[in-house]
Design a protein around this ligand. Sequence first.
Ligand code: NAD
Length: 484
Amino acid sequence: MTSVKPSQLQHFINNEWHKTNGDQWIDDLNPSDVSDVIALVPAGSPDDARAASAAAAAASPGWRGLSGPARAEHLYRWAGAISDRAEELAQVMAREVGKPIGESRGEVGRCVVILRYYAGEAVREIGQVIPAQSAGSLQFSLREPLGVVAMITPWNFPLAIPLWKAAPAIAFGNTVVLKPAESSSYLATLLAETALTAGIPAGVFNVLLGSGSTVGSALLEAPEVRAVSFTGSGPVGARIAASAAARNIRYQTEMGGKNVVIVMPDADLAKAASLTAAGAMRYAGQKCTATSRVIVASEVEADFMRQLRSQIEALPIGPVTDVRAAVGPLISRASHDSITKALADANAESLFTNPVPSSAEFSNGNFFPPTVVRGGDPDGILAQRELFGPVLAAFTSEDLDHAIDIANRTVYGLSASLFTADLRAALNYINRIHVGLVRVNGDTTGVDPHAPFGGMKGSSSGSREQGPAAREFYTEIKTVQVNP
Ligand code: NAD
């Protein structure tokens, strides 16, 4: 715990620190030790949101007027500025959101890769030449930036998600207002510092802190905002989609999951158990792609569950600053309470848990024991609700058809993996599984930053982030015909 008085964070608008004109503050707590108040986050005010969107609008003509190669140079410098502070950013991430230090370091490294990738994308072709009906005419399409783009992000990938949105937006000529989650606001201000160091021009990247219901919704009302990219929970995503549709601005909403592993009788059980344990329990199950259901063929169920148990027991629970740590705390006491209540409401039958160590360093944190429960009713709470914690619901299947039926029977459609040695079964599953991220013999979590990312059904409004897919969202097409 720190004895330093927590600082009051400020918005980053037009490359300057900007005091809120609101008077409400939110405690930003270390989830491993809730007596450690990292910072005070302004709840913000609608005026703050208007100032941020006005700054982004003022910077827009200059930024979109720069050439792609010039914008690319800015992104390369930003990657360098993050790389220079990588260890500090990773340590803050571990402290602020409870991500074990190994994964925090990995996330910072990924941010550097994301910025470099989109620096490269900024110099690619921006349109197509299309034969015109009349001879002698030149017809082509151009991809142009949208203007000001709002980004509303969750706490769980506190640097990677803001950057996998902001990097393509900026690379393609947009200006940005980022509204990070309340509980990852300190890191967002450090991200702003790196943008400043990199010389990103004033107003191109702004950080608006505060509560979703106050500044998030005010940002969506700002007339300058032409699009919103949201990642977070389903109910908030639905509200944002409705508000964006009412204003006829572009939106993408990436939301929760009830991600699934299917284990076939011919699977490599050791590999399946190890990757299911990792996917379900690392970072305390707080990844949108975390494995929350496992469906096991009855013939191998006893053997698989025994191996799964030993793999889960081998994953060290905190402290998050220890490089060996795999499982950290939940983000908040509220999350701890809601998972406890969901398990009670579901009358969950526990198959096994890995208890949180009883030593003093765990006593002030939101640690939750990794838990495997019987899945029970495929339409019940354990099969359907995203708990966002280290809880895995186990189901038994008779065959592949039965497993795919259970797997597809949720409102979500983010990530799935099948463990098998049978190519025919794998192809059948790839064809029928209804998710955006399909794996065979792999973890449900993790994604390459240069590959499209997003869910189906209730997990997404349908567009894709990352990789070349991001260009679709952050640009609009103009069709031009030039006649002699
Ligand atoms: P959340 O929905 O509570 O908050 C996300 C963001 O929305 C925050 O910045 C919050 O302040 C803001 N917000 C809240 N109410 C708002 C409103 N009325 N108007 C505008 N903004 C508002 O989510 P969270 O708890 O931060 O993150 C966890 C969720 O994110 C999980 O459901 C997880 O599955 C999901 N997630 C999805 C992906 C993905 O790519 N599919 C990735 C990471 C996390």
